[in-house]
Design a protein around this ligand. Sequence first.
Ligand code: LLP
Length: 441
Amino acid sequence: MGETNGPFGFPTEAIDPNSPIPMYLLPQGCGVGRDGGLWMRGQLVSDLVKEFGSPLFIYDEEQIRSRARELKTHFGSDVAYASKAFLCKAMARLVSEEGLHLDVASGGELAVALSSGFPPERIVMHGNNKSIAELEAAISAGVGRIVIDSFNEIDRLERLVSKDDPVKVWIRVTPGVEAHTHEFVMTGQDDSKFGFGLVSGDAKLALERLRVSEKLKLVGIHAHIGSQIFALESFMKEVEMLAPFFASAEVEELNLGGGLGVPYVAGEPIIEFGDWAASLKESARLAGIPSTARIIVEPGRSLVGPAAITVYEVGTIKEIPGIRTYVSVDGGMSDNPRPVLYDSGYEIFAVENVLARRDRPVTIVGKHCESGDVLVRDGQLPSSTKVGDLIATPVTGAYGYSMASNYNKVGRPAVVFVNNQGYRLVLRRETVSDMLALDID
Ligand code: LLP
């Protein structure tokens, strides 16, 4: 093994930083035209930008659907898409059509799901601090499962639910697993705001309370150890830690959460759903979990992350001799705060010159009023890149739009879905009047 300077310790010595964007990082439906321009499922990406403006999120809808179907081949319908990764009505409808369940973590996500017509019985309601109003909304909608996260929540639900109409619940457990990922997205360790600690004994106490509840019907156990995890051993450890508790709970549903990592930059691996499923199932078998148990997963990023790109227009190029070249685009930390929050790496490439060698070191920055507003710190673009060009970051389908803000009153971008039949706008661009609508004169 050579030098390992990738963020997750993967070997990077074989990667030529000047090479064109590796096609495997782009959505499956992408191809390159004879003139070097990027296409997605029969649509010229630069034409979509002409029509809908920039910055623009473009999703390959067929890819999301085929990934959803792939998940179903491994887990049956025991898959809940974690909608925090990306949610709008069109996305909720897609998830419904593909027959998956939907994880929502707030009243807002619940409302979007319900307004899309998503079947409430296939909704899982999460949250470490659900308000009374959120719990009431979930109960009256008739969501399929409520995931209980604290003793206070047991009290609250006991007050809100009627004996005649009990609700089905899962206990969220913190299994004491330190997943190999960024500290901010690690959730399974003992010191966590989420769930009931297994090691502290709180999980057992919660179980005892729920066993005697006439209103809260315990049907399963839930855990989620973190996000952007490449090490399958972390998931296997999770199963091993949960198994005795799961057995003691005498329930049938074991939700192991989401968290599967996806490659963002050259050198990071692709972990197949099949390998994830096989390792979860094999570790469940080894831990003595009966084959009748339903192993449920809740992926977000791995379903939608790789299916989208964000296209920006280059506005200024500032070369500071001997220091660096800043390429400013018309978006930034407002449409993708991940580089700022987690130091996440992204690739960058020229949309109208996809196969060109990226021989110019650049730093891609946004238009916000802070120096930290960086999208790609040490990126590479073709030296021909000029003001007015379209450039794009791939793998922006998860936690980009969903964490977007309108900082500096820069409106959130529009979102387009492209499929084999055509394309459609699923979220229009946020306008100044949208922002002004909140102001009280
Ligand atoms: N289930 C639960 C209870 C979760 O909290 C999450 C993510 C998921 C499932 C889905 O995890 P995924 O498959 O997407 O890794 N904003 C961060 C990620 C935060 C993840 C929060 N919870 C980021 O941009 O990396």
